[in-house]
Design a protein around this ligand. Structure first.
Ligand SMILES: [Zn+2]
Length: 520
C-alpha cells in the first residue's frame, strides 16, 4: 500500500521492447528480445514492457518467454482497452513470475473523435478494461493516451474511476510529445492534489521527445510527485523517441542534491545495455548523445583536456566508470584463447551460450588473423553479427569482386537458400558494392521489389586494418528493415549487411500485421 512505499524510490519502467520496437526497421526476433530483456534485468530496471501480444504471434511468444524466464523485473504486456487485447495480453503473461497488464485508451478530443466515442463511453471503456484486466492479473497499469491534450478535469475523473476499478499504476502519457516541463509538472501536481484516491496507485509518466524535452518533462513530473518513469535505452521509440533511460537515471544520480530521489538501476550496466540495443536494433547512437554517445566523455578542447588531467571533476560531472565505460582497454590477439575471449565479452555485457561462443571464437580468429590487434569495438561487432540471429533464409557462401581503375566493377556471389539449391549469379555495377548488391538481388529474386533506402559504413577502430561496419536500410512496399554486417573486407561487410536485411524482410513477411492503432 501507498503508506509503506518508500517515497523517494523512482520505479524504472523500460519500454525498449515495446515502444522502441515499433520504430520502422528496428524489428527484433524473439531471441533478440530475450537477450535485451536479460540485459535489462542485469541493469536492474523495475519493470520491462516486453511487447504488445495481440499485434503478432512473435510478440506474443516473446512476452510469454520473457515473463516465464527472465528473473528480477516485473514483466508487462500492453493491450488496448478491448477484451480481445486484454485477454491475449493476459494469456501471454499468465503463469509468469512477476507480471503486469498495461491497458490504454485515447482520452483527448482528437482520440475520442477518431474512435467515434463520447467522453462517457471512453470512461466506461477504461473502467471495464481495468476490471477485466484485474480479474486476470493483480498488477494493472492504465494509461489515458494523449493525456497532455485531454481536459484536466475529465482526465482526473478517468484517473479516479480507473484507480477505483483496481488500477495499481496510473500512467500519464505525453503521447505526441506536446508537453513542456513546467506545464507537464503542473499537470502531475494537479492530479496528485485533486484525485481523492491517488495514493492507492503509483503515478507514472511516459514522455515523447518530439520537442527534445522528454527527459526534462519526465524530471519535472518526478519533482511534482510522479514515481514511475517510462523510458527506453538510447531514447529510441516512436518518431523522435521516448525519454532516454540513461539520461533520466543519471540526472537523478548526479543531481540527487536537487531531486532527492533514487532508482535501483545498476548504472555500470548502462553502456553494455546501450551497445546491445544498438547492435540488435541496428540504430546507431549519435556521437554527441548524452551519457552513451561516443563523445559523451571525450574532451577535445585543449583547456578541457588539461583541466581533466589535473582533476577530473574540473570538467566532468560524472565518471565514465559510473556508466560502465572502462578506460583500460584490453587488446586481444590471435594467441588469446577462448577463455580470454569469453571473459572479455562478459565484461562487455555479452553473455553468450556455448554455441554462440564457438561461433564468435571462430570469427574472432578470422579477424585476429587479418588484424593483429582486436579491440573491444571489434569484438562487439563480431558478436553483434553472430547474435543478430534472424532466421537465415539466405546465406552468403561465396563472394568474388573485381574493381579498379579502368575496369568495370563486377561481382559473383553464391547464395545458399533454405531448402533449395544454392544459386550463383554475376552482375556489374557502378562500384563493387553496387555490383555485389545487384548479384545478390539476382540470386535471391529481390531485384524489382527491394530498394536500398540508406547505406552507411564506418571504420570500427582507427588505422587501415580497421574492421568496416555496414548498416543498410531496405524497404519492400510498407515493410522496412535494417541489416548489419562487419568484416575487415568492406565489400564482404556490405554483402553480409544486405543479406541480413533480406533475411529480416523475409521474417517480417511471415508476421501477422499489427493493429493499425497508435499506441501510448
Ligand atoms: Zn510511447
Amino acid at each position: 500500500m501507498a503508506k509503506d512505499r518508500d517515497k523517494s524510490k523512482v520505479f524504472i519502467f523500460d519500454t525498449t521492447l515495446r515502444d522502441a520496437e515499433q520504430t520502422p526497421g528496428a524489428t527484433l526476433t524473439v531471441p533478440d528480445k530475450f537477450k535485451i530483456a536479460e540485459q535489462l534485468a542485469r541493469l536492474n530496471v523495475d519493470i520491462i514492457e516486453a511487447g504488445f501480444p495481440v499485434s503478432s504471434n512473435e510478440d506474443f511468444e516473446a512476452v510469454k518467454r520473457i515473463a516465464h524466464e527472465v528473473e528480477g523485473p516485473r514483466i508487462c504486456a500492453l493491450a488496448r482497452a478491448v477484451a480481445l487485447d486484454i485477454n491475449r495480453g493476459c494469456d501471454a503473461i499468465e503463469g509468469g513470475m512477476k507480471t503486469r497488464l498495461h491497458t490504454f485508451v485515447g482520452t483527448s478530443p482528437n482520440h475520442q473523435e477518431m474512435m467515434n466515442k463520447t467522453p462517457e463511453q471512453v470512461l466506461k471503456m477504461a473502467v471495464e478494461a481495468v476490471e477485466l484486466a484485474r480479474s486476470r492479473c493483480e498488477d494493472v497499469e492504465f494509461s489515458p493516451m494523449d493525456a497532455t491534450r485531454t481536459d484536466p478535469a475529465y482526465l482526473n475523473e478517468i484517473i479516479e474511476a480507473t484507480i477505483a476499478a483496481g488500477a495499481t499504476t496510473l500512467n500519464i502519457p505525453d503521447t505526441v510529445g506536446y508537453g513542456v516541463p513546467e506545464q507537464f509538472g503542473e499537470l502531475i501536481r494537479g492530479i496528485i492534489e485533486k484525485v481523492p484516491n491517488v495514493n492507492e496507485a503509483v503515478i507514472a509518466v511516459h514522455c515523447h521527445d518530439d520537442l527534445g524535452m522528454a527527459a526534462s518533462n519526465t524530471l519535472s513530473a518526478l519533482k511534482a510527485g510522479a514515481r514511475q518513469v517510462e523510458c527506453t535505452i538510447n531514447g529510441l521509440g516512436e518518431r523522435a523517441g521516448n525519454a532516454s533511460l540513461e539520461e533520466v537515471v543519471m540526472a537523478l544520480a548526479t543531481r540527487e542534491d536537487y531531486y532527492d530521489l533514487y532508482t535501483d538501476v545498476v548504472t555500470k550496466e548502462i553502456i553494455s545495455t546501450s551497445r546491445l540495443v544498438t547492435r540488435l536494433m541496428g540504430i546507431a547512437v549519435a556521437p554527441n548523445k548524452a551519457i552513451v554517445g561516443a563523445n559523451a566523455f571525450a574532451h577535445s578542447s585543449g583547456i578541457h583536456q588539461d583541466g581533466v588531467l589535473k582533476n577530473r571533476s574540473n570538467f566532468e560531472i560524472m565518471s565514465p566508470r559510473d556508466v560502465g565505460l572502462d578506460d583500460t582497454a584490453i587488446v586481444l590477439t590471435a594467441r588469446s584463447g577462448r577463455h580470454a575471449l569469453s571473459f572479455r565479452l562478459r565484461e562487455l555485457g555479452y553473455h553468450l551460450s556455448a554455441e554462440e561462443l564457438n561461433k564468435a571464437y571462430e570469427r574472432f580468429l578470422e579477424v585476429a588473423d587479418k588484424k593483429k590487434e582486436v579491440f573491444d569495438e571489434d569484438l562487439m561487432a563480431i558478436v553483434g553479427d553472430e547474435i543478430r540471429d534472424a532466421p537465415e533464409r539466405f546465406k552468403l557462401e561465396y563472394l568474388h569482386t573485381v574493381s579498379g581503375s579502368g575496369t568495370v566493377p563486377s561481382a559473383t556471389v553464391r547464395i545458399a537458400i533454405e531448402g533449395e539449391e544454392p544459386i550463383q549469379k554475376s552482375a556489374w555495377g557502378d562500384g563493387p558494392v553496387d555490383a555485389t548488391y545487384e548479384a545478390i538481388n539476382l540470386a535471391t529474386g529481390s531485384r524489382s521489389t527491394v530498394s536500398v533506402d540508406e547505406y552507411t559504413i564506418h571504420a570500427i577502430t582507427s588505422g587501415s586494418q580497421a574492421m568496416g561496419e555496414v548498416t543498410v536500410r531496405l524497404s519492400e512496399g510498407d515493410m522496412k528493415t535494417t541489416g548489419h554486417g562487419a568484416s575487415t573486407d568492406v565489400i564482404e561487410a556490405s554483402a553480409k549487411a544486405y543479406i541480413d536485411a533480406l533475411n529480416r524482410l523475409h521474417m517480417l513477411k511471415g508476421k501477422q500485421s499489427a493493429p493499425q492503432q497508435q499506441a501510448v
